[in-house]
Design a protein around this ligand. Structure first.
Ligand code: NAI
Ligand code: MG
Length: 350
């Protein structure tokens, strides 16, 4: 048995932090089947060299040879460039990665205290306003723009299932459905109803009976997230709200450089640090590798390699809590390599 992992560092600091994630996986090799890595191309730099941001060989290798993948970050141009489209968006579509899962947690210096923030945002990744069905028409009163918001029972149910699974695996077992069905009663109403219906679906057989379901309107959810983040455990949301809430939640724990994510589907999972390519610090060797290392752990956990994931996460927490070996984004003065080496040392000591 083996585990084949595609590595797509892509652009900027992706090339500095994905190697750290690779090292972390190798450090827990004893908990895993035989690991094999395949280096793959994508991103802006690949586009400027080859004319495509996502080469066909990359997609083919992911589909045919890989069990999972780690993606670094792309530098997307802010102006429209003919022929360019974001490879990460295309990959989510190609591999049907319909769930974006983003845990946000703080590490208390006093490890006997529970973390102030410890939540997971589960974002539906394929529909809502991001189906990008927009039209501009000219009326006698000037321009008018319209966008379609698509919510289906199928997509809402499958994201709901993932959210229930995650909630069930946690100690608080609390799931909060985020919506705005007081205003958008048809679309958000369908999302909310579909998620609520998950525990009663055929085949679930009471598995989610111990999960508590709550609801929060999206605007008050953001307010409460900032005032009392500890009230949330697992939050599930349609695409647009999920996008905003997951970035908002990231602001609660200090740096984008520590927040991991996975994009998951029924047949594939791709780990991805939440941050971008950070052109301001790229090439300086000071990027925080924690988001990528945690993304590797999250990916392994999703695949069922819980002991490997636990080892990595513990070493990261044991690095962040004493706050001695940190990169500049967390107020430290250590390099990417120094932080990575420190984490690897702690994994090996376990
Ligand atoms: P960014 O996340 O790249 O950087 C925002 C700020 O956070 C910068 O000051 C950066 O230095 C800092 N930062 C980010 N990650 C860090 C890390 N690991 N360690 C230390 N500091 C870190 O977002 P920005 O500047 O808005 O976008 C830069 C480029 O990245 C753009 O081309 C954008 O399109 C792309 N991007 C790509 C994403 C992806 O690949 N999924 C997500 C967000 C942006
Ligand atoms: Mg975002």
């Amino acid at each position: 048995q083996s585990l084949t992992i595609g590595l797509i560092p892509a652009d900027g600091i992706g090339r500095e932090v994905i190697p750290a994630a690779r090292e972390a996986i190798l450090a827990v090799q004893s908990e895993l089947p035989q690991v094999k890595f395949i280096d793959l191309l994508a991103g802006w730099e690949t586009f400027t060299r080859t004319g495509t941001a996502l080469p066909r060989e990359t997609v083919q290798a992911l589909k045919e040879d890989c069990d999972c993948a780690l993606f670094g970050s792309v530098s997307s141009p802010s102006r429209k460039v003919a022929g360019y489209s974001s490879p990460i968006v295309a990959l989510r579509k190609e591999l049907d990665l319909y769930a974006n899962i983003r845990p946000v947690s703080s590490v208390s210096a006093d490890r006997t205290q529970p973390p102030a923030v410890d939540l997971i945002v589960v974002r539906e990744n394929t529909e809502c306003l991001y189906v990008k069905d927009e039209k501009l028409i000219h009326t006698e009163n000037g321009k008018e723009a319209r966008a379609t918001r698509l919510i289906t029972e199928r997509a809402s149910t499958r994201i709901g299932k993932i959210a229930f699974e995650l909630a069930k695996a946690r100690s608080r077992k609390l799931l909060t459905i985020i919506h705005k069905s007081n205003v958008l009663s048809v679309t958000d109403g369908l999302f909310r109803e579909s998620v609520r219906a998950v525990p009663g679906l055929p085949g679930i057989d009471g598995r989610f009976d111990d999960v508590t379901i709550e609801e929060q309107l999206v605007d008050s959810a953001v307010y409460r997230l900032f005032r009392e983040p500890q009230i949330f455990d697992v939050m599930v949301a349609p695409n647009l709200y999920g996008d905003i809430i997951s970035d908002a939640a990231a602001a609660l724990v200090g740096s984008l450089g520590v927040i991991p994510s996975i994009n998951a589907g029924d047949n594939f999972v791709m780990g991805e640090p939440v941050h971008g390519s950070a052109p301001d610090i790229a090439g300086k060797g000071i990027a925080n590798p924690v988001a990528s290392i945690r993304s590797a752990a999250l990916m392994l956990r999703h695949l069922g390699y819980v002991s490997a994931a636990d080892k990595i996460d513990k070493a990261v927490d044991d690095t962040l809590a004493p706050a001695e070996i940190l990169t500049a984004d967390l107020g430290g003065k250590h390099s990417t390599t120094e932080v990575t080496d420190h984490i690897m040392g702690l994994i090996k000591k376990q």
